[in-house]
Design a protein around this ligand. Structure first.
Ligand code: 3PG
Ligand code: CO
Length: 554
């Protein structure tokens, strides 16, 4: 296909061995090098050694506008990070596209909006999603604007089903978000004479927001609470629900892990199960954690769990379409980013074979997101995607996760001689970092460092060239800080854990036995970001990257 033909690189010869690309998920290089930086505390010997190699170590921007987010106050995340890494391009991402659609009013003109608005007059509009201002999966202000837009356009009865965060925002902040939303609803009800209420909810890691089919029980709990109006915990209002479910301070359950709940009326009846002819909107813009629940809501022949009662004639829409290949969901309010001509497509069209591997929690990151939000292969003859099943635990309990298994698979792929590119994602620094457990995250960093060492040793055996980087920060800061960077302490005097990603840049290293000594990082791209990795990868393959990609770093 001449459209996808790539010329040989003018100075870097074709490699004899494979190119190894490793993503250390959530491994940032933070300016705060103190006892709360798990990377700093871990003192990872291999990464420290790589950092010391002149001209083959640098950092990259991994947040904000460098990865297509609305502002430079937005931390990076795995979706936008892997999109940039795999596509070589910076595109406007979901958060920004929804902002624009709300500003222009385009959201209210969309086919998806017309679809749900059929339920406004006589039925109930349900809105389900992550309630926080994290900006990773959703944003509070967008939820409120969408809700107001519905009420102003005739929605009479709205039920909100809220998933508490504490993962992209500080743990404990859910109470404020729920309170704020309740006040917003009361004001709307008074102003427009409508009936809007919170109807159900639960913690995002325990209810509804499964990803990559890691645990369908999460989705089932959500179905029960939101659709059937059934949960083990019933409350008169959502603030009481969240406060009670968090439990006492010394034994508290974090926002992300709250049990499912439903809000009931005076007679103990759920205030908002989904009924026939109702409309449902999922307000998250990010795909990974909305795909499973979308299948349950949309697929007629869904069989993963017994849905018990399936509302008929449901008018269902996503904030975005979450999977373009599956056309899921069919109806959506804002068209998703279109990421064209990604590296995976160039690879197969140039006859280059790829092995990609991670564990379940990050499997879609290094395949689906990497490929510009495409599920499946470009060419199954040239690509192998291996998913190592993740444990179903809170990952501070098992900070090694599946790093060892992933390493073994990567080594085997390198040695097999079957692949020109071997692409690996280690989940640990991110997934353990999100628990807020500093000691476990230190261990996660050490584990990954050791595994990376093994992988690079094997890479040298087969004359490989490697490129090691990360998608965003997380483990590099485990404490909330004031504006000056001073760690914040809670009432008990203990540090307030930071569970979210950071705005830190990420490291990038090139090297390997197969890389000629003359190949080094350029010094004229100080502001480079994750999208520059893609062209760098093609350089390592001895090819010139497509001209619409951000420039190569070497
Ligand atoms: C999650 O979904 O776990 C977090 O919101 C973001 O983490 P990720 O972007 O690293 O997946
Ligand atoms: Co993360």
């Amino acid at each position: 296909d001449p459209e996808f033909a790539l010329a040989p690189h003018p100075t870097i010869p074709k490699p004899e061995g494979p190119v190894l690309v490793v993503i250390l998920d959530g491994f940032g290089e933070n300016e705060f090098k103190d006892e709360y930086n798990a990377v700093h505390v871990a003192k990872p010997p291999l990464v420290s050694k790589l950092q010391g190699v002149a001209k083959r170590s640098r950092t990259l921007r991994a947040h904000g506008t460098a990865v297509g987010l609305p502002t430079d106050a937005d931390m990076g995340n795995s979706e936008v990070g892997h999109n940039a890494l795999g596509s070589g391009q910076v595109v406007d991402q979901g958060a920004r596209l929804v902002d624009i659609a709300l500003q222009t009013g385009g959201i209210f003109e969309s086919e998806g909006w017309k679809h749900i608005s059929e339920a406004f007059e006589h039925n109930t509009l349900h809105m389900i999603g992550l309630l926080s201002d994290g900006g990773v999966h959703s944003r509070y202000d967008q939820v409120v604007q969408t809700l107001k837009g519905a009420v102003e356009r005739g929605a009479k009865r709205v039920r909100l089903h809220v998933l508490t965060d504490g993962r992209d925002v500080p743990d404990g902040s859910s109470i404020q978000f729920v309170q704020q939303l309740d006040e917003e609803l009361a004001a709307l009800n008074a102003k427009h004479g409508v009936d809007c209420k919170i109807a159900s909810g639960g913690g995002r890691m325990f209810v509804t927001m499964d990803r990559y089919e890691a645990d369908w029980d999460i989705v089932k709990r959500g179905w029960h609470a939101h659709v059937l109006g059934k949960a083990p915990n019933q409350f008169k209002d959502a603030v009481t629900a969240v406060k009670t479910l968090r439990g006492p301070e010394d034994k508290k359950v974090s926002d992300q892990n709250l049990a499912p709940f439903v809000i009931v009326d005076e007679e103990g009846k759920a205030v908002g199960p989904v009924q026939d002819n109702d409309a449902v909107v999922l307000w998250n813009f990010r795909a990974d954690r909305m795909v499973s629940i979308s299948k349950a809501l949309e697929w007629k022949d869904f069989k993963v769990f017994d849905r018990e009662r399936v509302p008929e004639n449901l008018k269902f829409a996503g904030m975005m379409q979450y999977d373009g290949d599956l056309g899921l969901p069919k109806n959506f309010l804002v068209p998703p980013p279109e990421i064209k001509k990604v590296s995976g497509e160039y690879m197969v069209k140039n006859g280059l074979s790829t092995f990609a591997c991670s564990e379940t929690q990050k499997f879609g990151h290094v395949t689906f997101f990497w490929n510009g939000n495409r599920s499946g292969y470009f060419d199954s003859k040239l690509e192998t995607y291996l998913e190592i099943p993740s444990d179903k635990v809170q990952f501070n309990e098992k900070p090694d996760m599946k790093a060892k298994e992933i390493t073994d698979a990567g080594k085997e792929a390198l040695k097999s001689g079957k692949y020109q590119m071997v692409r690996i994602n280690y989940a640990n620094p991110d997934m353990v970092g999100h628990t807020g457990d500093l000691n476990a995250t230190v261990r996660a960093v050490q584990t990954v460092d050791q595994c990376l060492g093994e992988l690079l040793a094997t890479a040298d055996e087969v004359n490989a060239r490697y490129l090691v980087t990360a998608d965003h920060g997380n483990a590099d800061d485990m404490v909330q800080r004031d504006k000056k960077g001073k760690p914040l302490m809670g009432e008990s005097g203990a540090p307030l854990p930071l569970t979210s990603h950071t705005l830190a840049p990420v490291p990038a290293f090139v090297g390997g036995k197969g890389l000629p000594d003359s190949v080094n990082f350029r010094d004229d791209l100080p502001k480079a970001g994750l999208a520059n990795i893609t062209a760098t990868m093609f350089s390592l393959l001895g090819l010139q990257a497509p001209s619409h990609y951000e420039p190569s770093l070497i």
